[in-house]
Every structure is written in C-alpha cells, then in structure tokens.
Design a protein around this ligand. Structure first.
Ligand code: SF4
Length: 340
C-alpha cells in the first residue's frame, strides 16, 4: 500500500467511502498523482503530457496497488498521459473499429450475430491510455431515457438478439437507479437469454460492486456474465477478490480479457501469473487481445510475432482452461479474429 495523503477508501472522519465518493476523489491531476507515488517529475525517464485532451483519471483504489517510486510500474503506465500519445503512427485512427458504421440507433452497436452492445454510460472511472474509445463521440452517444427506449425497442423487435452486452465507457459508471432500471427493462425482453457486463470498474474501483448493485443482479432472471478487464497480476488485490466473491455468489459467470501492452504485460511470466491469479479469484481467462489501433496508443503495440510467441509460452506452461484465446478485433470481420 502506498502512503496516500488520505487513507484509501476512508473519509477524513475515518468512515468507509462509498463508491461514488471514491469516484469523486479519483486523481485527475498528474502532479498530485506523482506526489502520492513519491515520484519527482524532474527525474521522469519519459516525457509527460499533463494537459492531454484525454486527461488523467484514476481512482485511488487502483493507485494503492502501484509501487511508490517506480516510474515503470505496470499499473501506472496504463494511466499516465505521455507526450508520445501525440505521435501519429500509420494505421492508427480515432475509430479503429469503425463503430460508427454499426451504430443504428444512438447508444447501440450491432455488429455481431445474435448480440448487441449497449453503450450504457459514456463515462468511465479511469482513462486507460490505450482505450480504443478514447475518441468515440460519446456526446452523440450519451443515452437519454428516450434513447434507451429506442435501443430497447430495437432489441425487442429482433428476436434473434439473444445477448445484450452492457459496455461504455463503463456500464458500472451509471448510478445505481439508472442501471437498475436499464437492467430490469432488458430482463423483461423474453428472447434475450444472456446479459453480459464488460467492466473494468471492479478492477479499478472494487467498491462499485455495492449492495444496491448486487440487489439488481439478484432480481435478474437471465444468464449473467461479467467480463472484467485485467491486464496485470498486480491488479488482483484483496478488494477485487472480495468483489468477485460477491459476484460468484450471485451465480455470475466471471471471465477476463486482457489487452497485450508493451511495457505492461509483454512477458510470459506476467501473463502466466495473471491467468493463475485470475483463476484463484474465480475468473477464467477469456481473451488476450492485440491492441486496437487507436490514435495515441501506438507505443503500446506488440508485433504479431511477439504476441504469438507469448501465447505459445502460455500453452506450454498452463492447463488449457487457463490459456486465453489470442485475438484481434477487425472491423471487417463479424467476430474476434484468432491470431493464427
Ligand atoms: S476501463 Fe475500458 S472503457 Fe474505461 S478507459 Fe479503460 S479501456 Fe476505456
């Protein structure tokens, strides 16, 4: 644990903070984050970009898992804005998955057979530097109640849609009341068999798995799947394990997807350790993703040969059920493309 200026998850009066209070207290200022981690900006081994248009945002619970004094901490590297993000690399764009082409009504993306993705909330608790939606026009896709009705009608009218994926931003950035209302409306659609959450909030803000959210899940009569987005074994702390225990006790299937990131998780031991720690926390590794080529993230990319090498190393050291599938998202292919 790092010596944050205020004890993590506690208010000044020593009370445990709610997830909303923790969210409001997230770091948004590069100098404050560096000070909390005992890092002297004058000693930075790389150029920072404190005024990035995609600004720093990171909850204290996630920062508490970082190693003070380490400029190359793999969790820090995922959230710290760098000057290199201004590099314009060939093949990188603002909408690498061309989601605008599969956006039939505001807030809904229909790309895959039998599944739709709802952008439940444009907000997120953290700004990951490699986020493929960092340039997505969320202002045009911030769903109002009327938009949700349009999106729900779209789903109601298509009986081939068996699964609704709540994504974002992050769906758990919605407040409890709105999330409950959305989830119950989906629950009322008979042909939807599965409700899937894609959320990194349990990792960066485990308190989000709150009693009201658990009440919402208990009321749902669908298959429930939760895909957490963990990229490094150091992210799996006790708070996250407690949150995952609660989800498991509600019958939720827990999966993980990882993005391959240079400097963060680009070695076989780290990935092996991540799979084992996930499994010990009740989560099955699902996908190992090549980076989506979003402008600003090119310095995280690993070549395909290196990605295949790492995947082969996992096949050699892990039981098959702990080896995630190595894939890439291709805007022209209606499924996650295996990296053969
Ligand atoms: S948690 Fe996911 S949606 Fe949020 S910034 Fe990170 S990658 Fe983007």
């Amino acid at each position: 644990m790092i010596p944050l200026s205020q004890p993590q998850c506690q208010s000044e009066k020593g009370q445990t903070e709610t997830w909303q209070e923790q969210l409001a207290g997230a770091f948004r200022d590069v100098p404050a984050l560096l000070a909390a981690l005992d890092l002297d900006r004058a000693q930075a081994p790389y150029a920072l970009e404190p005024q990035s248009p995609f600004p720093l945002r990171v909850p204290r619970a996630f920062v508490s898992l970082m190693q003070p004094g380490d400029w190359f901490d793999p969790l820090l590297l995922q959230v710290l804005p760098l000057a290199r993000e201004s590099d314009r690399a060939p093949g990188y764009s603002e909408d690498p998955l061309r989601e605008r082409d599969t956006n039939p009504v505001p807030g809904l993306i229909h790309k895959y057979h039998g599944r739709v993705l709802l952008i439940a909330s444009p907000a997120c608790a953290v700004n990951c530097r490699y986020c493929f939606r960092r340039h997505f026009p969320y202002d045009e896709n911030t769903p109002s109640q009327a938009d949700w009705e349009l999106a729900l009608d779209y789903i109601r009218q298509r009986s081939d849609i068996q699964e609704v994926i709540l994504s974002g931003g992050d769906p758990l950035a919605l407040n409890d009341r709105r999330l409950d209302s959305l989830v119950r409306a989906i629950n009322d659609i008979d042909h939807v068999a599965t409700l899937r959450f894609h959320s990194r909030l349990p990792v960066v803000l485990p308190a989000r798995i709150s009693p009201p959210f658990m009440d919402t899940l208990q009321a749902i009569d669908k298959n429930l799947v939760f895909v957490i987005h963990s990229n490094h074994p150091a992210e799996i702390g006790n708070e996250l394990k407690g949150a995952l225990r609660q989800l498991r006790s509600a019958g939720v299937t827990l999966l993980n997807q990882t993005v391959l990131l240079k400097g963060v998780n680009d070695d076989a031991q780290t990935l092996e350790s991540l799979s084992r720690r996930l499994f010990n926390a009740g989560v099955l590794p699902y996908y190992l993703h090549q980076l989506d080529r979003v402008a600003g993230a090119s310095h995280f990319e690993l070549g395909d040969d290196k990605a295949r090498y790492l995947h082969r190393a996992l096949l050699e050291t892990l039981p098959g059920y702990l080896v995630p599938r190595l894939v890439r998202e291709d805007p022209d292919i209606p499924y996650k493309a295996p990296l053969a």
